[in-house]
Design a binder for this molecule. Structure first.
Ligand SMILES: [Fe+2]
Ligand SMILES: [Fe+2]
Length: 197
């Protein structure tokens, strides 16, 4: 079974960009947090989050990612179920639909971490642990801020996750609060615990 360590090795081998590495770590911690809430395997969920974009730097386009990455994962002995989940984060290209809780969680945690990272990096302190949901709401409303984070898509995939895993009761801001909490809990690992002097 894929572990966070093996996932991280794959990332370090294929990704040099610190921001992209951190994106995957962030999705990993958010996934681990949700596994805990849902009584699932925390390490496995974290590993899936870490590995999901490992191929983005070698072919940063949606004609090849994550489909060509899947070939590499298979070659490295990653199990088919993990590969299926990774493929399901881009159904339009892969043709693989989200089916299981982990699939829905992955897509729901993916983009929103970008808004939280961007929101942290514009703070004078650079420390996510000081961030409050109120300031995230402001950034969310300003669509020019972290414009790559497609708010409508985030809402859509959060609703899908809520319906699949929370009987429709997980609302957008509770979800964003959960992801923020997960990232705050591991701020140092994510290098979001303040600027170095
Ligand atoms: Fe991706
Ligand atoms: Fe991603």
């Amino acid at each position: 079974m894929l572990t966070p360590e093996k996932a991280w090795d794959l990332v370090c081998e294929h990704v040099q960009d610190e921001g992209l590495r951190r994106h995957m770590q962030c999705v990993g911690v958010a996934m681990g947090h949700y596994a805990k809430i849902l009584g699932e395997d925390e390490k496995y969920w974290e590993a899936i989050g870490i590995v999901h974009d490992f191929d983005w730097e070698i072919h940063p386009n949606l004609n090849e990612h994550p489909m060509k990455g899947a070939v590499i994962l298979r070659d490295r002995g990653v199990d088919e179920e993990a590969i299926r989940t990774v493929l399901s984060h881009f159904t339009e290209g892969s043709g693989v639909e989200r089916e299981t809780p982990i699939d829905f969680a992955l897509l729901a945690c993916d983009e929103i971490t970008g808004l939280l990272v961007a929101g942290t990096l514009v703070r004078p302190s650079g420390d996510i642990r000081e961030m409050k949901i109120k300031s995230v709401k402001k950034k969310w409303k300003d669509r020019r801020f972290a414009a790559g984070v497609d708010r409508d898509h985030v809402m859509e995939v959060t609703t899908d996750f809520s319906n699949a895993c929370f009987e429709g009761k997980l609302d957008l801001w509770e979800h964003i609060g959960n992801v923020m909490q997960a990232m705050q809990d591991r701020a140092e690992e994510l290098k979001l615990a303040g600027r170095e002097a």
